[in-house]
Structure formats: C-alpha cells, structure tokens
Write a protein that binds this ligand. Sequence first.
Ligand code: ES4
Ligand code: ZN
Length: 322
Amino acid sequence: EQLRHMLQAMPKAELHIHIEGSLEPELIFELAQRNGVSLPYASVEALRQAYAFTDLQSFLDIYYAGASVLLTEQDFYDMTMAYLRRAAADNVRHAEIFFDPQTHTTRGVPFRTVVDGIWRACQDGPISATLIMCFLRHLSEEEAIATLEEALPFRDKIIGVGLDSSEVGHPPEKFARVFERARNLGLHLVAHAGEEGPPAYIESALDVLNVERIDHGVRCLEDADLTARLVREQMALTVCPLSNIKLRVFDVMGDSNLRRLLDAGLAATVNSDDPAYFGGYVNDNYLAAFDALPLDVNHARQLARNSFAAAFLEPERKRAWL
Ligand code: ES4
Ligand code: ZN
C-alpha cells in the first residue's frame, strides 16, 4: 500500500506516449459528432469492445480508425490537453509526446493543423511537454523524407524524430537517409525496436540510425552481447508494460521482463504507449508491473530517476525533479 502510494506520488517523466493513442472512446465519439464523421461502432461501449488485440497490427488497424475523427486544430488541441491533464494527475512532470503526422496528412489534414493544435496545448497545459514526430515505418522512406521537409517550417516546435507502426518487415535500415537528414538538422533521434522485431533491429537502430533511446527494446535480453552494450552505453529503453500484455509480447504481466532489465543494469523506464487503448496511464503501468513482479522501493526510485536521466532536457532542469 505504501509502495503503491509512492509510485503514484513520485515525480516522473513520460517518454513513450503516442498522442493519438490517448484518444479515449468518449472523445472519439464526441469528435465524430462534432465533425460529422460516421463511425463503424454504435456506441462508446461497442468501440471499447473492439479493443481486443492479438498483436501489434490488430491494434494499429483500430488506432488509425480512431484517429480518423481528428480534423481541426481544435481537435488536436483537445486531445493533447486531455492527455496533459491526465498525466499531471499521475505526477508526470515532463512528457515527450509522439505524434504521427502521416496518419493525418494522408487523410488530407494539413501538417500545420496537426502540429499547431498539439503544440498549442503543450504551451497551455499543466506540465512540461515537448514533441517527437514519428515516421510510419509501413510507408516508404520517400514519404518520410517528404514529411521531414513539411516539418521544416515547424522545426522549433519539434525536438526529435521517431519511428513507429508495423515493425517486422520494416527494419531501421529502410530509414537510414531520413534519420541522417534529421540528425543534420540537430533533431534528437529515437526508434521503436525490439517490441515485436528481433534484437538485430535494436542493433541497427543504434548503428544505422544513431538513435539516442530505444522505444520498447524488451527483446534485447535475447542477445547477451547486445544487452552488455546497452548497459555499457546506458541506452535508455522506454518500456510499456501494459502495452506488452495487450499486444501479446508477453502473455501475462508476471512474464514481463522489466525486473530482469533493471537487474541487468539497463536504463529502463516505464511508460503508457497508447493509454486509451491499453488499459491505463503511466501510474497504471507502474502499479500493474509492481503488482505482478518482485519490484521494490529501490526499483521505483531507479525507474523515476531513469525517466528524467533519459529525457531530452537541460541537465539543470532534470536535477530539479530528481
Ligand atoms: C505503437 Cl505500441 C506501438 N508500436 C508501434 N507503433 C505504434 N504506434 C502507436 N503505438
Ligand atoms: Zn509506441
């Protein structure tokens, strides 16, 4: 009980949250109504019923359908503000928020509508928040490059780029040139790797893309040499415990390797990924993991410390929260 209170109360950073994945069914219905978009679900309950995933792709299909109600700058603002308020309630002090512009520009929503809405909410919201633009890896590198070009007028509103969507069959190598370009622009670099994909994808995210954090990365333990390297380099892993269960990376939370990652000396962090779809925000992720695994107060402190250490923030700003 004391540990639960500590997990909820401790200041933390959230480094792996897809803003489109924070869109709750209630808000999906509200925005559908507001925008005159028809949904293939009769009710909020019917939509929630559809949240039974078997793997990453089965989730992504519903996640992209949910995002189709987002049309105006106000929609992106409202979605982002709802997340920031919810994160503040979990004592998140700083969030680095992923957004997927291609999910929207391919539907005809202008790039600026997406960024301006999300960014304005970050300015008005209750916590520190910065933006990481993700490329959809199931699309081509040419489309990713075009998206990076579109982002140039908004360079000051974006701190980094990431890589998400369907992992297997779309290795990091596919995006070598666009990440090189982003690097030359001084953007921070991250990529999803080792969620469903093999440890080799983690290695190429490091060696080919030059990423500074690995999103998920839980499959690193299958490769002892890679694990040793990640420890040596103190490469942060943004682990998402509830996501891993919902997408069947692990069968049950007791099978999560979070404790093993920490015991190995890896810089693991706890994050919510797509909180509206996976059954909870960041504190729900901490609580579910600590309920199911032999984790104690020292692990809690370590995870909070890791979250700030891995954030793309000035060292002085981190120290205030540590
Ligand atoms: C995602 Cl869990 C996950 N993996 C890959 N891409 C994503 N986009 C949103 N959530
Ligand atoms: Zn993710």
